[in-house]
Each structure stands twice: as C-alpha cells, then as structure tokens.
Design a protein around this ligand. Sequence first.
Ligand code: UDP
Length: 372
Amino acid sequence: MKYDYLVVGSGLYGAVFSQQAKALGKSVLVIDKRPNIAGNVYTENVEGINVHKYGAHIFHTNIKEVWDYITKFAVFNRFTNSPVANYKGELYSLPFNMYTFNKMWGVVTPEEALEKIEEQRAEIKGEPQNLEEQAISLVGRDIYEKLIKGYTEKQWGRDCRELPSFIIKRLPVRLTFDNNYFNALYQGIPVGGYTKMVENMLNGIEVRLNVDYLKNKEELDRLADKVIYTGAIDAYFGYKLGNLEYRSVRFENELLDKSNFQGNAAVNYTDRETPWTRIIEHKWFEFGKDKNGNDLPKTVISREYSSEWKPGDEPYYPVNDERNSKLYEQYKELAQNEKNVIFGGRLGEYKYYDMDAVIKSALDVCEKELKK
Ligand code: UDP
C-alpha cells in the first residue's frame, strides 16, 4: 500500500505530525532507526522511576494552543524546575534571582542586588557581542565567573567569547525570590513518562522500529507520496556541503541503593574541573514517588558529559555559531528544492528548539500541509 506520509523519526515533531495527519484521515507510516519510539524524550522505567534516557526534559510553555494540545495525551504533574548550581561545593539557586544574589554578595534587598549588578555590568560598553559580554551585562562578572563560564565552556566546548549571546538569554534574571527556572505559564512532567505520552499520540498509527531511512531511502520513499524528515539535515544530503557541528552528550547512569542522592532533580556543576556538566536524579521529577504514590527506596542518577559530535554519535545540540548558521542556510536551500520532503524538528531545522517550540512548529506545518 502507498501511504500519504512517511514520517522519519518518532520524536515529538514526528509524533505531532503523524497524530494530526491521522486525525484528518491521512495514512501514515512512522519509521525510526532506534529500537524505541519517542526520540530524545524517551523515558524508560527503572525500579519504578521514569528515567529520561536522553537527558532531562521538563515541559514548559507559554503557548496555550500547545498546552491544550499536549495535555490531551498525558496528565502533567506540577513539577517546577529549580536546579541548584554547585561551584566547588558552594551551592547557589538557579536561575539568577535574589537567593543567588544573597549567597553571592550578601545583598538583602532588590535595590542592593541591582546596585551590585549595575556596578559589575559597567565594564561592558555597547551591545554585547558574544555570550561572555552578554552574561556579564546581564548579571555581572562574579556570577559569570562562578556560575556561567565553566558550565558553558564544558557544555559547548568553546570559549564564551565565541558563542552567540542568545544561548544565555534563555535563562531568566530576577530581582525576586523565585527559583522557577522557566518563565512559563504552564509547566510539568507527563505522569507515567514521555514514552507513554508519545505512545498515546501514535495510537493506531503504524510504526516500524530499527529502520534506517538514509540507508534504505529509495525503497522507503516509494512507500509514500510525501516524507516528513526529522533527522539531521546535513546527513540527509550526505554531508555534501560539509558537516554541521553538533554537541553530543554521554550519560553515565547509576542505580543507587539509597533513597536520596542530591535532594533535587538537577544539580549543575559550574566549575571547569568537574568533568560532567550536571547530575540528574530522575525520581524527583515525580516527587520521589512511584505510580501508586509510595516513596521509592532506590534512586537513579545520570552524570552528563558533553562532547563534540562525531559520526556515529547522537547529535543533541546544534552549534548555532556563524560558520554553522551559514552552512545551515545552504542546506536549507537544498531542502527547499526537495519538493516532496518537509524537514522539521531540532535536527531537521538545525535549531535549539525547546519541546513546546517543536510542537508549535509541527502544528503550524500541519495547518499548512494538511488543511490545504
Ligand atoms: N548555563 C550556565 N550555567 C548553568 C546553567 C546554564 O551558564 O548553571 C548556560 C549555558 O551556557 C547553557 C545555557 O545557559 O548552555 C542554557 O542552559 P539550559 O539549561 O537552558 O540548557 P539545556 O537544558 O537545553 O541544556
């Protein structure tokens, strides 16, 4: 049978597209090269704990349309991300807020904090040109040195002066006592895990796992009128214009025979010497309880190591510096000439998308593609 759509990749973008297409009566085949669905939001249950196998995913959005959509497929709990930064044993609250400023400088009021920040940001004249300048102009040099520089250089493997400033603008700066990492109206973790949520989205849709699209492209292309491709855009074109750069992440997972390792879901190690960027203790995404509300006796932690992507690794973060952004534009032009293929998602669009932005972009494409 010939399908209307072949969806390559069962992550969020692919799942949204497939779900919407099916709902409008289209026939859809989803393929994924991994042995499981859900792409990088995949969670796996270990001793009653939903482990975020490809890194912590905390859903948050300001877009009501996205929230109304995604909550059809899962109940979300009230988890609020409030990571702790560990700088050589000193603990600081994140994002940067009055608790952070009090610990850093002993300031007590918002006026005192602001005065300190203004004093330190004065060294940056004019529009910040890179991440370092942007960070100092947002929160001053002390916080930059202790909480940003080391972490960022480990995460991106590049000097802060060579990174774009938008990366640091992801983090809020507040003169209030508010440890909520996100400025979002809606936030939470799907109860029962993300895999279950994506399973619900793909309900009734044919999914074939362990299928590598690029290795069997011709044959697979024949199965459908149109392809939704959510893999890496440079891989699609056989890297013919050169490699886009990505950061990859390696996780060291440990099941520990204790109930509480670090007292929080995320602890960032912001010094340069500690080799990992952060440790995630997954049980705290669901308040340390199993699905029946009982305290979990064990815990699973993941140390996260960031590295430069090389062929064979999983790409996680696009490196949106100048070279890569230019190269991406060239690939995008090639993509526009592929008449029957839509490129989408973090890898397909080479964009540092959050989950809600991926969903929004998939919903928008559905609107154009499916309702025409
Ligand atoms: N960042 C930092 N210190 C921290 C946490 C984040 O300097 O303790 C910076 C770093 O440059 C990072 C960026 O903020 O790349 C965005 O962090 P976020 O937590 O949003 O990244 P993600 O969760 O997507 O890895």
